[in-house]
Design a protein around this ligand. Sequence first.
Ligand SMILES: Nc1nc2c(ncn2[C@@H]2O[C@H](COP(=O)(O)OP(=O)(O)OP(=O)(O)O)[C@@H](O)[C@H]2O)c(=O)[nH]1
Ligand SMILES: [Zn+2]
Length: 310
Amino acid sequence: MDWGSGTGISASERAETCRKVAEGKFFHEFRYPGHVAVLGGVGFQRRQGHTEASLEIVQLAGYNRYAVIIEILSDRGDSHDLDFVFRLAEKFSLPVLEMEEVWQEFIRKKQLITKKAEANLPTDFGVFKIVSFENHLDNKEHFAVVKEPFGEVVPVRIHSECVTGDVLSSLKCDCGSQLANFLRYMSAHGGILIYLRQEGRGIGLSNKIAAYSLQDKGLDTVEANRVLGFSEDERDYAPAAQILKALGIERVLLFTNNQRKTVGLEKYGIEVVETKRLYGRVTPHNRFYLSTKMKKLGHELEEIFREVNS
Ligand SMILES: Nc1nc2c(ncn2[C@@H]2O[C@H](COP(=O)(O)OP(=O)(O)OP(=O)(O)O)[C@@H](O)[C@H]2O)c(=O)[nH]1
Ligand SMILES: [Zn+2]
């Protein structure tokens, strides 16, 4: 689009066109086609693209949601790499923001998950409260199980969905028994379980079953994920951080053997005051899986292997 009666080509005319868009002029007041391409963001929570990120940056800085994006090109017309961008930024004393930093700030500042429904839930482990959420972050039906009272630092378990382990009592992993152990702990001491619908470390049930099939052929859990085109762990704990905030909680005693969960919560503004190990059952079927988690994913499981070996 172009604004005004000139060609619209010069830098100053293009800047004027951008300014008029940001003033909220109507589409029919511009001329088409023109020399400024207009893009619309679909929401940063849906797409972590430059268009969406630029809208968040200007809004976080206190401006209306209009931004100008430029691609930095070399003399030959190719896109420059990040090294060039850093050198350019240094030369002109400009800040450089990476997508991950904008995402973290977005999750800290824009609360997209709120409490929806809550009810009592008597279980074999005790009577809990179950809470559901209105979730505009990833639109999944995560839920929380709450047992009060608890102190200012709340015992918390972030548990990723494992239908095979949690529902079918599969012996291939430790999920079901870890879940039961935490519910038992909560029943006695109070706390919160956040159940995230991140089946298969975020790859979904079908892909996890495909990964199991590769494991039947001798691959380990990390290799199987990679063969299927995924990273070893696709989870993001942004929904967990926002669920905790929706429940009014910012300081936690986290039950996990996985440091990525601690890092994953802290970067979104949740303070992990302390972590406690939470072990499940070791079976002949899950031993190799658990030792792979320890060796390749950094899970702190040395203690259970010491016990098993002694
Ligand atoms: N892709 C894949 N996912 C698996 C496999 N085995 C278990 N999972 C998934 O791994 C996740 C385990 O979740 P959690 O127990 O919350 O997390 P964790 O990383 O083990 O960390 P902590 O239990 O907190 O120490 C669940 O989503 C399971 O479905 C596997 O072989 N492949
Ligand atoms: Zn499992």
